[in-house]
Design a protein around this ligand. Structure first.
Ligand code: C2O
Ligand code: CU
Ligand code: CU
Length: 478
């Protein structure tokens, strides 16, 4: 299929969803997952499955500490589940993979007779066409995202478009005076492949229907050859000669990126990291490049006044080649503009450091391939089977070991990387994280302390094909 022309589209910014109702303590939202159309390939419409029919879905903005209730409806021909990634959320609203929202018309739906084989036992009797997700939002300001989490179908669902931003804001952050308004850009980066008719080319909606010839590529994780930012191929963002805050999210199913500005600004350090998955860092870190695995977020400030007026800067991917080596372009205006934003050179935020020496337990989770799926400690995902029972409020060390590359994600609470291969954390491990990039044959230790909510939560690989092929486990907090 002819690829869309590079740098032909302006960067879209997902719209901010307005609450349908608010009261003294709570904002209420409604979102419907439904098919929609996008024009990405010349001459063809691409069907997306999107929240409100859009890819990315609309952005939700919450105040820290202000309850957010989202009623998710499903008008897709397939059951769905919604997870707020990075949310500090009780089990009931966490998007447990078996807590299905039934499709339009009821039942478990599915593309064919064998289509929902993996969902046997998840009776249509209990599934409803909508579900209310109740988020207390007792957490710091951070870049969260919501996405599908359906048992065995997260990969194909997210690939079709079921992902959106959910930003949490708080007073500590607002007081800093960071770039905001039109100078704050959420960037959802996701690769896709297109079929000749313009549709997203994913091996199969149902993993059991993947053709033998592509089985092993599928098993490693689905990669596309077109990089989309906020749903647009290689877009252009017109920017002022001023500071911009870029909230970068890798929403790709399986692709990793090493992002760099090209050219680098004089003196380098063009990507000034101010935050990670779990919100602001203690102090900014200047990077020439950042590496992001699936689901990781980097909050960076770029000062375009370091570049000549009227010049262009590309965001490039040093782990890609050909069409995947380029991500987007910024076209810098030539006008003199005012910029009242600030990025404190010293302390950005108070960040509590978990004391790893006080850990009450060390647990090892080994992510390895078995014959035809991916396992944790040799075991494929079994709903209801708990791998660990951490006590709320206590620090533990969780050790993630991998064969090939696995971005490991925990639900409920973020963690801090304490060691990588017995050594200090890596240069991209700073701050509160909820997903950590575990490289081939690595061991990464994180300090984690689960809080507030007792119940069943997930630890899994965020390569979505690995996840669908059983690289997931449950832990039960108590
Ligand atoms: Cu973003 Cu359990 O996933
Ligand atoms: Cu999550
Ligand atoms: Cu994996």
């Amino acid at each position: 299929v002819p690829l869309p022309k590079r740098y032909a589209t302006q960067l879209p910014i997902p719209s901010v969803l307005q609450p349908v109702r608010t009261d003294g303590t709570t904002d209420y939202y409604e979102i419907t997952a439904r098919p929609g159309m996008a024009r990405l390939v010349a001459g063809h419409d691409t069907e997306v499955w999107g929240y409100q029919g859009m890819f990315p879905g609309p952005t939700i903005e919450s105040r820290s500490g202000r309850r957010t209730v989202v009623t998710h409806k499903n008008e897709l021909p397939h059951p769905t589940v919604v997870h707020l990634h990075g949310g500090h959320t009780p089990h009931d609203s966490d998007g447990y993979p078996m807590d299905l929202i039934a499709p339009l018309g009821g039942g478990t739906g599915g593309p064919g007779a064998g289509g929902m084989a993996g969902m046997a036992g998840m009776g249509p009797a209990t599934a409803k066409p909508e579900r209310v997700y109740d988020y207390p939002m007792n957490q710091r300001a951070a870049t969260l995202w919501y996405h599908d989490h359906t048992m065995g179908f997260t990969g194909p669902h997210v690939y079709r478009g079921l992902a959106g931003f959910h930003l949490v804001r708080d007073d500590e952050e607002a007081a800093l005076g960071l770039p905001h308004g039109p100078r704050e850009l959420p960037l959802m980066i996701a690769d896709r492949a297109f079929a000749a008719d313009g549709s997203f080319a994913y091996p199969a909606l149902d993993p059991s229907e993947v053709k033998p010839g592509v089985q092993s590529a599928y098993m490693n994780g689905v990669l596309g050859d077109v990089i989309l930012v906020n749903g647009a191929p290689w877009p252009v963002a017109p920017v002022d000669r001023a500071r911009y805050r870029l909230r970068i999210l890798n929403a790709s199913n399986a692709r990793r990126y090493r992002l760099e500005l090209d050219p680098q600004p004089p003196g380098g350090g063009g990507l000034l990291q101010i935050g990670s998955d779990g919100g602001l860092l203690e102090r900014p870190i200047a990077h020439d490049a950042i590496e992001l695995a699936s689901a990781e977020r980097f909050d960076v400030v770029v000062d375009f006044s370091r570049y000549p007026a009227g010049s262009s800067v590309r965001l490039v991917n040093r782990l890609g080649s050909g069409s995947t080596a380029e991500v987007m372009r910024f076209d810098i205006g030539s006008a003199q503009v005012s910029d009242d934003s600030r990025v404190p050179g010293g302390t950005l935020a108070k960040v509590e450091k978990l004391d790893a020496s006080k850990a009450v337990a060390t647990r090892t989770f080994t992510f390895i391939k078995s014959q035809n799926n991916w396992t944790i400690n040799g075991q494929g995902y079994q709903p209801g089977q708990s791998l660990a029972s951490p006590k709320l409020g206590q620090v533990e060390i969780w050790r993630f070991v991998s064969d090939v590359h696995h971005p490991v994600h925990l639900h409920l609470d973020p963690f801090q990387v304490v060691r990588r291969n017995g050594d200090a954390p890596g240069e991209f491990d700073a701050g509160w994280k909820d997903t950590v990039d575990v490289l081939p044959a690595e061991g990464v230790e994180v300090a984690v302390r689960f809080t507030d909510y007792a119940g069943r939560f997930l630890v899994h690989c965020h390569n979505l094909e690995h996840e669908d092929m059983a690289s997931m486990g449950e832990f039960t907090t108590q």
